[in-house]
Design a protein around this ligand. Sequence first.
Ligand SMILES: Nc1ncnc2c1ncn2[C@@H]1O[C@H](COP(=O)(O)OP(=O)(O)O)[C@@H](O)[C@H]1O
Ligand SMILES: [Mg+2]
Length: 363
Amino acid sequence: MASVRYENITKSFGEVSVIKGVDLEIKDGEFVVFVGPSGCGKSTLLRMLAGLEDASGGDLYIGENKVNDVPAKNRNIAMVFQNYALYPHMTVAENMGFGLKLRGKTKAEREKAVKKAAGILGIEDLLDRQPRALSGGQRQRVAMGRAIVRNPDVFLMDEPLSNLDAKLRTQMRVEIRKLQHRVGTTTIYVTHDQVEAMTLADRIAVLDGGYVQQFGTPNELYHNPANKFVAGFLGSPAINFIRCKLTGKDQLQLPDGQTISIPAERIKTAADGEDIEIGIRPEYIDVIEKLQKPESGTVIWQAPVSLAESLGSETLVYTHIGDHNITVKVTGNKNYSEDQNVILSFNIDRAHLFSTRDGRLLS
Ligand SMILES: Nc1ncnc2c1ncn2[C@@H]1O[C@H](COP(=O)(O)OP(=O)(O)O)[C@@H](O)[C@H]1O
Ligand SMILES: [Mg+2]
């Protein structure tokens, strides 16, 4: 087991700069997820650590060892890909033991390691089968098994569940989390799926534009996003952004013209008259019965319903204020008809305030 450190890592492909300066310190035994939109450089960051790609600049450490110039085969890491790449002519046991064979381990050593990993994964009865006789989920387990037998310092997983159907993906997600708890190996997991990131990670690194936008626990990122990008990337349905104007020192003008006073310490870093975007999550907006005079700090809106989706335990209500679409999540099975008006209420304390100019969180 080992910690991992990215120090001012950059990466360009020809003229194109993909990673522009990444610093990350991953603790020994931690489960870290790299998440971000497709093409933001998640796989590239992982491949540099694996030694499959050179960094253009900066230093990479596994434990206390700088590994920039260490060949891939000498970095004690194991990688699991989206495409499991099992050898079709080998049995499960042979597939799992193959990496050890390449490293000169004896037959007895290999058998012992394979048996132990198979026990952890619950695939002992599949050891003599060939990959074509396995389901997708079973193949996935074998690919994990092949990584486990190596007893690596770090597991690297690049979208390992993307080929599975939704139900199996959820099931395997739980298994991967339990497995990592059990073996305790430092793990870096790449995904574009924010739900996987939220559920698997001890800490999440959100990547965009060649930089780490924020690195923290799922709760920190969800409740205290550092900028508009992070707020918008995590959460489903997505957070609502509403453009407002700062009028006077502590008055926020909403799109429908109503103003609300805002504690001055929340907007110290905003310029006078600066356009502000507030971010309010769908679950923090209530649908209330009667139009009422808002208490201080509360926004009340009457809004037409464009669609309501009942998911059984909760209902998503899609509304709009002017040209702002607003999604509201209410618990329970509620009936709303299209073009009915609902009265929305939220407290400005629940909203995040972002600069429209650069998306940074105002404070
Ligand atoms: N070998 C390569 N040559 C040129 N461009 C590459 C290469 N590998 C990746 N890229 C580019 O780098 C960017 C990041 O790729 P990648 O790390 O695979 O993104 P992600 O895994 O986040 O989807 C993409 O724009 C991709 O096209
Ligand atoms: Mg990728």
